[in-house]
Design a protein around this ligand. Structure first.
Ligand SMILES: C[S@@+](CC[C@H](N)C(=O)[O-])C[C@H]1O[C@@H](n2cnc3c(N)ncnc32)[C@H](O)[C@@H]1O
Length: 219
């Protein structure tokens, strides 16, 4: 599928899929959205842990992984990160992503996330280990493993099959007790599907340009 690069409202890049008229991130600000949905409403719940295990559903450009690495490093929190992705973004495309520059960092760490081998644990910095797994979301088979899931699939408008009871059951199983899933969508059908598999769901204020988002907890 054809991918084009766009600049979002906060100056950070995103990828646009013309065939689906869908972006990888919010046009109101890719970095701002990720910081709000995944860090503020997700990762911050685990700041007083020594170590946190995270599954990202849709690794894409690696923006969420990169922001998580930086935030956790500043909090002295160790992260074991798994990025699931069926259609990896090429390294040539990654060169167009301006996240390090937007955050006043060198490109080294961000690029290391992308040059690290697939299917293998890679130490990016002392406090951040990543395993990128090339797989379909339906193939996730972990059990009782993650503290936190970043559910960052394309929206239910273009990929309704990923926002279903079947998919959420797979993710529920992969979480530890008290584990949390965060997502940018606040759609009623998504909330109901999450509740149906046993999650306790909160509607929270959304990132800039979006009224609400969802956080689901496996109590
Ligand atoms: C919204 S984008 C993810 C954005 C990403 N988190 C980032 O920060 O760039 C959704 C991602 O899911 C991937 N994807 C779509 N359908 C998938 C499927 N069925 N299984 C695995 N990955 C899929 C796409 O290739 C894309 O990278």
């Amino acid at each position: 599928m054809k991918r084009q690069f766009l600049i979002t409202a906060d100056g950070s890049t995103t990828i646009y899929l013309p065939e689906w008229n869908e972006n990888y991130h919010s046009k109101h600000g890719a970095i701002q959205e990720a910081e709000h949905v995944f860090l503020k409403m997700g990762l911050s719940l685990f700041y007083d842990f020594k170590e946190v295990t995270i599954l990202e559903v849709g690794f894409g450009t690696g923006l969420n992984a990169y922001l998580t690495l930086l935030d956790a490093q500043s909090k002295n929190l160790k992260v074991n990160y798994v990025g699931a992705e069926a259609y990896p973004v090429s390294f040539d495309e990654i060169r167009h992503c301006n996240y390090p520059e937007q955050l006043n960092k060198t490109r080294e760490v961000f690029e290391k996330l992308h040059t690290s081998e697939w299917e293998k644990d890679s130490i990016i910095i002392d406090t951040f280990i990543i395993k990128k797994r090339k797989q379909f979301f339906s193939e996730i088979s972990d059990e009782n493993k993650f503290n936190l899931i970043y559910f960052d699939a394309f929206g239910p408008r273009v990929q309704p099959e990923l926002w279903t009871v079947d998919q959420f059951q797979i993710l529920f199983k992969s979480l530890k007790q008290k584990g949390v899933l965060v997502t940018y969508s606040a759609k009623g059908s998504v909330r109901r599907a999450l509740q149906e598999v046993g999650f306790t769901v909160e509607r929270l204020p959304g990132p800039p340009g979006k009224r609400e988002m969802l956080r689901a907890t496996k109590l």
